[in-house]
Design a protein around this ligand. Structure first.
Ligand SMILES: [Fe+2]
Length: 295
């Protein structure tokens, strides 16, 4: 996967909004991001996800995976709140708040768009039908729409109790390292570091790991657990596809702001990807140890 400068840049040069020198400075920065971020093994060679996609995970591994993912998903809320508090602008604060409020259960609302007809009120908040577009502004809050509650529903089906999910004490050292790095880097009080981390995380997410997880879970569901709800994962996959296009526009906007610091941005991104890698390596080591144990 390679990041590309959008055509928009050329248009901005022809319209005089940017000078040719500015445009080429930006494009060489994008090249640097390619060599610094997109070559990272967590993007190019995520061993756990590759293996998981093949459908080889048994019940034990799926349970361990869901628990660790639930710890990440819940502790991510702390990092997101820090990112919101430390935002460098009102716009940045709102962008973070969108993500946080949606995680907690505010359903995206698309102004002018028709809300999906929900026959049964109890279905409101169901990830099968909640929107991936719009803003939390004007959106409806539903407990059931909290992403963590979607994971709890998965847990229910495969015998993982409420207190076995989402808490610090349920995390392995690798998972907690990742969560702590999220707080420290993604939630950093220097917006340049936080934005670098955010950019790196977005690109990691766009690299296709949701699809690999969905593939593996579908295989498990078919054989082992036909009632396993997968919508937590399919919903995130859908929203990621849509996000991917925005990442470059956001970088471009950020790059030309007064306080932008290339070095800090790159350092934040690199360190964050190492943190993400620790999470997946932990899962990979667990599944290798499990196979040895079982075999
Ligand atoms: Fe989420």
């Amino acid at each position: 996967m390679q990041l590309k400068v959008s055509d928009q840049i050329e248009n901005k040069v022809s319209s005089g909004e940017l000078s040719g020198e500015e445009a080429s400075r930006f494009s060489s920065f994008v090249d640097t991001c390619n060599s610094e971020f997109m070559t990272h093994p967590v993007i190019t060679d995520n061993k756990f996800c590759k293996w998981f996609a093949s459908g080889a995970a048994d019940r034990e591994i799926v349970k361990h995976f869901i628990i660790q993912f639930s710890v990440f998903s819940n502790l991510f809320l702390l990092a997101q709140l820090q990112k919101m508090i430390n935002a460098g602008s009102l716009e940045g604060m709102r962008a973070s708040k969108e993500i946080l409020a949606n995680e907690l259960g505010v359903i995206f609302h698309k102004p002018g768009g028709k809300a999906k007809e929900v026959a049964d009120k109890d279905q409101e908040g169901d990830p099968e039908i909640v929107s991936i577009e719009g803003s939390v502004d004007g959106g409806t809050f539903r407990f059931r729409a909290a992403h963590f509650e979607w994971l709890l529903k998965m847990g229910e089906v495969i015998d993982i109790g409420f207190n076995d999910m989402g808490k610090r004490r349920n995390g392995t050292p690798a998972t907690l390292f990742f969560c702590d790095e999220l707080s420290a880097i993604y939630g950093n009080d220097d917006p340049n570091i936080a934005e670098g981390a955010s950019f790196a995380v977005e690109n990691w997410a766009a690299a296709g790991f949701w699809k690999q997880l969905v593939a593996g879970l579908e295989a498990f569901k078919q054989v082992e657990e036909p009632n396993l709800p997968l919508a937590f994962f399919t919903w995130h996959d859908r929203i990621e596809d849509q996000h991917a296009g925005h990442v470059m526009d956001e970088l471009e906007e950020l790059y030309f702001t007064e306080d932008f610091d290339e070095e800090k941005f790159l350092a934040g991104g690199r360190k964050m990807l190492d943190g993400v890698q620790a999470f997946w390596s932990g899962l990979n080591e667990h599944r290798i140890a499990h196979v040895h144990q079982a075999g």
